[in-house]
Design a protein around this ligand. Structure first.
Ligand code: NAG
Length: 299
């Protein structure tokens, strides 16, 4: 993993403008579309000096309709595709060359029930997932994938094989150019994602650690300790920090999130910021997104 990771920035430096490339290594990412809040890409602020990833939430391997059933890796659209469809993806990327769009798979609930990672066999799940995700990603002009399963009806080793193989194949086929995982601090969740990381960590570009799943009384010092602990768990990964604009917990912007970011930056550890979610931020005019992007653009 480390050899490849050193090579890519080097090739980019040879091709592109030096300063531009360095800042582009910093990423701002935002989940969008899970709550059907009529939010569009064009509603969200886009700072031109950093890399921006929208992450569509969610693609799920369940049937749609009133009683969703697992489909063994055949993915369907469960995000607000009326407002976030193929033409909107194409248009936001045309207007902003620094924007890329990813698909997050899994998520917490479907129709108020847990999205359970469910597999008939590893080979059949992988085969179904590769073909259905390839179609979706091409149809919607997407660039990357995010793994966000939170409930499991399969052993960690099965999850690791299924997800690791699918992401490896999608990258090798150049269907996607980047991938991330979105774990949080829960025993069962960490067992699954750390098994995936042990076998396939090298295929993932970012760790979208859900720091907003910690307690809402999290202090700046605790936050920094959590960051170090998760960076050790996902050793060698680019762990991104995060806040939420819904009612979930963690360290909020009004309680010191940006102070924690500045501390990480001074230690050379600020890889990027992600937010859950645009649907929730629309009401306050994306104030904290603007602040987060400005902080990252300071370089
Ligand atoms: C997922 O599993 C849980 C626990 O077994 C169950 O209560 C829930 O209904 C399942 N989710 C769906 C969508 O069927």
């Amino acid at each position: 993993m480390s050899n490849l990771k050193l090579l890519f920035p080097l090739l980019f430096v040879l091709h592109a403008h030096f300063t531009q490339t360095l800042i582009q290594a910093i990423v701002f990412r935002e989940y969008i579309g899970a709550n059907f809040a009529n939010v569009r890409f064009s509603d969200v602020p886009i700072n031109p000096n950093i890399q921006i990833h929208f992450i569509l939430s969610f693609g799920i391997d369940f049937t749609s309709g009133s009683s969703p059933k697992p489909t063994n890796g055949r993915f369907n659209v469960f995000w607000d595709s009326d407002n976030l469809g193929p033409s909107q993806v194409r248009s936001i990327k045309q207007q902003h060359p620094n924007v890329k769009v990813a698909l997050s798979i899994g998520g917490d609930t479907v129709n108020n029930k847990a999205v359970n990672f469910t597999v008939v066999s590893i080979d059949s799940w992988v085969s179904n997932a590769v073909s259905s995700l390839t179609s979706l990603i091409k149809q919607y002009n997407l660039d990357g994938i995010d793994i966000d399963y939170e409930h499991f009806k399969a052993e960690p080793s099965v999850f690791a094989q299924c997800i690791g193989r699918v992401v490896t194949i999608l990258k090798r086929n150049r269907v996607i150019s980047f991938a991330s995982i979105a774990p949080f601090d829960d025993g069962d969740v960490q067992r699954h994602y750390m098994a995936l990381w042990r076998s396939y960590g090298g295929v993932f570009d970012y760790v979208n650690f859900q720091f907003y799943a910690y307690d809402r009384r999290t202090t700046v010092d605790q936050f920094l300790r959590y960051f170090d602990a998760q960076s050790a768990n996902y050793n060698g990964g680019k762990v991104l920090v995060s806040f939420s604009t819904d009612s979930s917990g963690g360290l909020k912007p009004e309680n010191g999130f940006f102070t924690a970011c500045e501390r990480l930056r001074s230690r050379g550890k600020l890889n990027g910021i992600f937010v859950w979610s645009a649907d929730n931020s629309k009401a306050n005019g994306f104030r904290y997104e603007r602040q987060a992007q400005a902080l990252l653009a300071k370089g």
